[in-house]
Design a protein around this ligand. Sequence first.
Ligand code: CA
Length: 166
Amino acid sequence: MKNYPLFLLAILLIGLTSCSKNRGGDPTDCVYYNSFENDSDLEIFEGYAAQISDDVADDAGEQSLLVSGGCIAPHFYGEIGPFDQDYTVQLQILGKSLDGLGGNISMYLPSDSQQRLDILVDDTAWKEYSTGTLFIPAGEPVMISFLSGGIAEVTTFFDEIKLISK
Ligand SMILES: [Ca+2]
């Protein structure tokens, strides 16, 4: 029993280094993670309609991503990868719709944008959402694209974005 405190410390360290930090999970399964805590977390993305927001879910840090754009789409997008091995991944996020009108996040291969996995965030409370799985061949990146708004102004929050290897 005298090793009990060491065991607790090990559990704590595993928790701190895991993909989702506050939500557990095996760190080896996490291919990509972004909690949008700093402007530097936006560096891989392009687009004109996103900013860091302080509207966050419990245990999701201090900041999230707010997307609200007009008629020119996509509003915010970025490539993750390429990777040095094949992956089959699921996109997991937290999302919240300010007005319940709904915003989207999509995942697809730039080489095959027809095979697109979408999440519609339409709940006005923070909620977990996930896609089905997408195969990413070694050497190819995956595109993550955000859309919120168009003819009407729509505001959607995104946070704790994870690509989990399945
Ligand atoms: Ca966050």
